[in-house]
Design a protein around this ligand. Structure first.
Ligand SMILES: [Zn+2]
Length: 285
C-alpha cells in the first residue's frame, strides 16, 4: 500500500483486510473552519440549510462510493468538491477508451490504469485536503462488511442487478444508509434507504432477473444521463450528512431525458422482504 499523505491505495493483492481510516482532523482552529476552508466552501456555507456547522459535518464525514464509472464519476467529483472529508471509492476495473464518454473522473492518459486509483487521484487534484481512499476490487459478499464498516453513507454506482442486491443487503445488515442509482440510454432511476425508513432495493427489485440493472450495454447510455443521476446521488449524501432537506426514502425517482420527464414514485416496504422485513433480526426500528 503506497500513496501520498492524502491518498490510501488498497489494491487487490492486499487481501481482504483494509487499513483503518483512523481519526483525521479536517477542521483546524479547534472546531472552526480555517480561512481557506471558509473561502473554498463559501457558496455552500451561505446556504442557510448548510452553514458553517453543516460544512464542518461534511469535513468530518466518510462516504463510500462503489463503482468509479458513469455514476461514480460525477458523484465522486461533487462530493470531493463539497468538502466531504473522506471519500472511499471501490472498483475492480481498469479504464478503457470507451469509458471516457461518460466516466469523467478519468482522462485519456488514465487508459489502462485501475479505475479506483485514477478516481482517488482525480479527487485529490480537486482538493488536496481531501482524504481519498481507493479500493481496487469488485464488491462481493465477503469484502462488503469490511468495506462498509467505517463509512457514514454509501453510494451504489454499480451497474449489475445482482451486485446491487448484495450491496443493499450488506447495508441493511450493517445499518448503513444507502443511495442506489442506475442508468441506461436516456433513462435513470435513483432511491435512498436509511435504516428503519423506507423500502430497501430488494423490496422493490428483489424479483428482477440477474444482469444489468438497466440495460446500458445493450442500449448504450447518454453520458449526461449518468451525470444527472450521479449528481442526485451526491446531493442525497450531502443532505443526509448535513440534515438538510428531504431524502428520497420511500420513493423511486425516475427520469427520462428523451422527454425531460421526472417522476417521484412512492414505494412501499415489503413486510416479508428477506433483507429488511419483520422476520429479519437487524437492529433497527
Ligand atoms: Zn427490503
Amino acid at each position: 500500500m503506497t500513496g501520498t499523505e492524502g491518498i490510501q491505495y488498497n489494491d487487490a493483492e492486499e487481501g481482504r483486510r483494509f487499513r483503518p481510516l483512523g481519526e483525521r482532523m479536517f477542521c483546524m482552529n479547534g472546531n472552526g473552519l480555517s480561512a481557506e476552508q471558509k473561502e473554498r466552501y463559501s457558496r455552500q456555507i451561505r446556504m442557510p440549510e448548510i452553514g458553517e456547522a453543516g460544512q464542518a459535518k461534511l469535513l468530518a464525514s466518510k462516504v463510500l462510493i462503489i463503482g468509479a464509472g458513469g455514476l461514480g464519476s460525477p458523484a465522486a467529483l461533487y462530493l470531493a468538491a463539497a468538502g466531504v472529508g473522506t471519500v472511499g471509492i471501490a472498483d475492480g476495473d481498469r479504464v478503457e477508451l470507451s469509458n471516457l464518454q461518460r466516466q469523467i473522473l478519468h482522462g485519456s492518459s488514465d487508459i489502462g490504469r485501475a479505475k479506483a486509483a485514477s478516481a482517488a487521484d482525480a479527487m485529490q487534484r480537486l482538493d488536496p485536503e481531501l482524504y481519498a481512499v481507493s479500493y481496487e476490487l469488485t464488491a462481493d459478499e465477503e469484502n462488503l462488511p469490511d468495506l462498509l464498516a467505517e463509512y457514514d453513507f454509501v453510494l451504489d454506482c454499480t451497474d449489475r442487478h445482482e451486485t446491487k442486491l448484495l450491496i443493499s443487503d450488506a447495508c441493511v445488515r450493517a445499518g448503513k444508509p444507502l443511495c442506489t442509482g442506475s442508468v441506461a440510454g436516456f433513462y435513470g432511476q435513483v432511491m435512498t434507504r436509511v435504516p428503519g425508513d423506507g423500502p430497501c432495493y430488494r423490496c422493490i427489485f428483489g424479483n428482477a432477473p440477474a444482469g444489468p440493472a438497466l440495460d446500458a450495454k445493450e442500449n448504450g447510455v447518454l453520458g449526461a444521463a449518468a451525470g444527472i443521476i450521479g449528481c442526485i446521488m451526491a446531493a442525497e449524501a450531502v443532505k443526509y450528512l448535513t440534515g438538510a432537506g428531504e431524502l428520497l426514502t420511500g420513493s423511486l425517482l425516475t427520469c427520462d431525458l428523451s422527454e425531460m420527464r421526472f417522476e417521484k414514485i412512492p414505494m412501499k416496504r415489503d413486510r416479508n422482504c428477506p433483507a429488511c422485513g419483520k422476520t429479519n433480526t437487524e437492529a433497527e426500528e
